[in-house]
Each structure stands twice: as structure tokens, then as C-alpha cells.
Design a protein around this ligand. Structure first.
Ligand SMILES: Cc1cc2nc3c(=O)[nH]c(=O)nc-3n(C[C@H](O)[C@H](O)[C@H](O)COP(=O)(O)OP(=O)(O)OC[C@H]3O[C@@H](n4cnc5c(N)ncnc54)[C@H](O)[C@@H]3O)c2cc1C
Length: 399
């Protein structure tokens, strides 16, 4: 049984030689230009500006953006490969790239030509950065519960909003900001939210608290305050009061990128654990020969490849414009992020004391992976989506 898919052909992963060529070139660039600086990024909690400049020159910020908006083209699968390879070296750099997608995806999918022409090309060229300011102190999981407001005045809106945990806020030039323009309707809590594109240097946009989170050093989130910010009505993304659908549809795509981040983290932790288990000798033999370590390595590798396949499959379904990609994206994000956390933990254990020594550069994967289980829809929320979609598709019922 392949339910809820119609045929086993739906399980195709559409990788081709172009993807592999791209993967190789991204890896080569990252190993040469970024890997030597991982420690500096951990210690300073900052990604050097030159790295962004060099990545812009490579065209990495244009991946997934159509050529007509000065991007490199390439679909979800290409974006997935990019995110995985970056996260394998410095996961927080993948966050910096991912927040651009959180800005470009809603504009490309729902915005009008004016917004696309104005905001997408500078991002594709690597000359500007976007961010996504949705989460509010009252709760990130409940997007329909957004309380911040925008009020219409002639040809513009006045936005008052407080958003928390906003990644990339310091570097961002533009934000996507969902706010309430109307009260919710009875039985339609999601109604009344509208998304806007807001420029950082407009009067009233301010950075607040800098959160110090467990991992992703180099790209830690900020509170962003929008204090009476005047936003032209033409900066509305899609239709008024229908911003909820725009925001949650954006996450359907971008959470495949989070799954890819998790696969990259898991890959890095696994490679290091495998190498160490071959190098470290105890009781006269390499530790990989101890059955308990052998079993760990086999189990880690199984989870890693399962996570990768789910992620590539979700991306393939998205590229094929199949609506089933939504459930696949939730399967991939929840499984891959849990796997990354588990694999990183086992990698630490295999390294013994060196595993928890920060100089080794291994325990950072455990800290980083925990974050992938939380943002862009916690794994609890993913499991809700999975169960709801299954029951809806199988029995036409709502749970
Ligand atoms: C490092 C980092 C970067 C982030 N970057 C961004 C960003 O760039 N932009 C942005 O807008 N947001 C960002 N976020 C916010 C992130 O998306 C939210 O933290 C996340 O959606 C969860 O929201 P919350 O923290 O308010 O937790 P809550 O929504 O309060 O959830 C608390 C707990 O309840 C569980 N829960 C909630 N609802 C249910 C339910 N119905 N059933 C079962 N369990 C449930 C959750 O899974 C969680 O375990 C970032 C967060 C972090 C940590």
C-alpha cells in the first residue's frame, strides 16, 4: 500500500548529474573558504562578511530564484543540496541563507510583479538580505494567533508589531512581516492576517533583544520591533486578510530546507564519528571493533540515509508541483531533525571526553541540531500535520 500516494512511482527522487556537479562545486568552495573559519565563527558568534561576499560571487544566493529575477534558477532539490552542503560545514551559515528563502518564497509565490522586481534581484545578486518576522511572544506555533496590528491610512498602513526569535535580523535589509489587519472571524481564526514586505531602514524598525540560544552560533536571533512603521499599501504580499495561508504555505517549502540543514549536520557528525572510531585504539584494537560501537555506527548511518532520502523525496515532489509534498516535507523535517540530534549525540559519545571538548568542534552539532527540531514548525506541530493530512486524505475527516 502506498497510501496516501496514488502509485509507487510517487516515491521517485529526481536527482541527476547536474545536481551532483553542483554539489561537488559547493563542497569544494565551502571546504576551502569556510571550513577553516568554523572556530572563529563559534568563538565570535559572527560570520565574517567576506564569506557572504564570496558566496554572492558564487551565485549561491540566487539558487532557487528564477533567472528573470536575476537568480540562478534551480528548484527545491538544488536548494536542498545547497543547504545540506552548507550545514555540513557551518550550520549557522545555512540559517543565514535559509532566512533569505523565508523572504523570497512568499514574494515569488504570492507577491505581485512590483514586489518581485524590487526586492528579489538584489537578494539573488547577494547584495541584500531578507528575513522573516512572524513569531510573536504569545506563541510561534499558533500563526493564526498573531496579535500585532496594521491600520490602513490612505495609501499606506501603519504597522505596530513585536516579533521575537528573528534570525538574520541584524544583517537583513528587508523583512516579511505578517500582522493583523482585521479581527479573526468566528470559525476562521486565521482570517484577518496580512503579510507585508518592510524595509529595515524605514523609520520605526528597531532591533530589540539579541537572544543567546544554545546553538547556531554566528546566526542568533533578535527581537524586532515595528513602532508605527509607515508601509506603502503596494508592499502588501498577496491579498489582504489572507496572510495566514501565505505564511504557512511558505513554511511548506522552506521546511524542506530545515530538513536539509539537519541532514548536513548529521552527515558531518557521522563522518567525524566514523573516522574517530577507526583511528582510536583501545584494548589493542580500533574502537569500531567493539560491538557496541559497531552497532552505533550502523544505526547512525541508517538514520542518516533515511533522513536524506525523505528530504530529497520531499524536494522532488515540490519540484513536480505535487500537493503531497506538504506531508513529505513534514515527514522529512521531523525525521531528519530528530535523526540529526540523535546522530550528533552518539557521535559525542563515540568521541568520549574529546566529544564534549569545544576545541574538537563536535558538540556544536548537538547544540545546532536541537534548534532544527524547533524552528519552522516544531516537530510536535509536524506530527500534527502528518496525522491530520493522513486522516483527511484517507477518510475525508478533520481531526
Ligand atoms: C534559533 C531560532 C531561530 C528562529 N528564527 C525565526 C525566524 O527567523 N523567524 C520567525 O518568525 N521565527 C523564528 N523562530 C521562532 C520559531 O519558529 C518558534 O520558536 C517555533 O515556531 C515555536 O514557537 P514558540 O517558541 O513560541 O513555542 P510555542 O509555540 O509556545 O510551543 C511550546 C511547546 O508547545 C508545543 N506545542 C504547541 N502547539 C502544540 C500543539 N497544538 N500540539 C502539541 N504540542 C504543541 C510546541 O511543539 C512546543 O514544544 C526561531 C526560533 C529559534 C529557536
Amino acid at each position: 500500500m502506498v497510501f496516501p500516494f496514488k502509485s509507487i512511482e510517487d516515491f521517485k527522487v529526481e536527482i541527476n548529474s547536474e545536481h551532483e556537479l553542483f554539489r561537488k562545486s559547493v563542497r569544494e568552495f565551502l571546504e576551502k573558504n569556510v571550513e577553516p573559519r568554523w572556530k572563529e565563527i563559534e568563538d565570535t558568534n559572527e560570520i565574517p562578511k567576506e564569506i557572504f561576499k564570496e558566496m554572492g560571487e558564487q551565485g549561491f544566493f540566487g539558487i532557487g530564484i528564477p533567472e528573470e529575477y536575476e537568480g540562478q534558477g534551480g528548484g527545491q532539490l538544488m536548494t536542498t543540496i545547497l543547504m545540506e552542503e552548507i550545514a555540513r560545514i557551518v550550520p549557522s551559515l545555512a540559517v543565514a541563507v535559509g532566512v533569505n528563502h523565508l523572504f523570497t518564497v512568499p514574494i515569488l509565490k504570492f507577491g505581485d510583479e512590483h514586489l518581485k522586481k524590487k526586492y528579489i534581484p538584489p537578494i539573488a545578486r547577494g547584495e541584500a538580505q531578507g528575513a522573516h518576522a512572524s513569531t510573536e511572544p504569545s506563541g510561534g506555533s499558533d500563526v493564526a494567533g498573531i496579535q500585532s496590528r496594521a491600520v490602513k491610512e490612505n495609501d499606506h498602513y501603519i504597522i505596530n508589531a513585536r516579533k521575537v526569535f528573528i534570525s538574520g535580523a541584524e544583517k537583513a535589509d528587508y523583512f516579511v512581516v505578517p500582522v493583523r489587519t482585521s479581527d479573526p472571524m468566528q470559525n476562521k481564526r486565521w482570517w484577518g492576517i496580512t503579510a507585508f514586505a518592510v524595509e529595515k531602514d524605514w523609520p520605526g524598525v528597531k532591533l530589540g533583544q539579541h537572544f543567546k540560544v544554545i546553538g547556531m552560533r554566528g546566526e542568533q536571533p533578535y527581537e524586532v520591533i515595528f513602532d508605527n512603521v509607515k508601509v506603502p499599501a503596494e508592499n502588501m504580499i498577496g491579498k489582504e486578510n489572507e496572510g495566514f495561508k501565505i505564511i504557512v504555505s511558505t513554511y511548506d517549502f522552506t521546511r524542506i530546507g530545515i530538513a536539509a540543514q539537519a541532514v548536513g549536520i548529521a552527515q558531518a557528525a557521522f563522518e567525524k564519528a566514523l573516522n574517530y572510531s577507526l583511528q582510536r585504539e583501545l584494548f589493542g584494537k580500533q574502537i569500531i571493533n567493539f560491538e557496541m560501537i559497531t552497532e552505533k555506527i550502523a544505526h547512525m548511518y541508517t538514520k542518516l540515509e533515511a533522513a536524506r532520502l525523505l528530504t530529497y523525496w520531499a524536494a522532488s515532489l515540490a519540484d513536480a508541483e505535487r500537493s503531497e509534498f506538504i506531508i513529505a516535507a513534514s515527514l522529512a523535517k521531523s525525521f531528519a531533525s530528530d535523526a540529526a540530534e540523535w546522530i550528533s549525540r552518539e557521535a559525542v559519545q563515540i568521541h568520549g571526553g574529546y566529544g564534549v571538548d569545544q576545541e574538537m568542534g563536535l558538540e556544536r552539532y548537538l547544540r545546532d541540531s536541537i534548534i532544527t527540531t524547533i524552528y519552522e514548525g516544531t516537530n510536535e506541530i509536524q506530527r500534527l500535520t502528518i496525522a491530520r493530512e493522513l486522516v483527511r486524505q484517507a477518510f475525508g475527516l478533520k481531526i
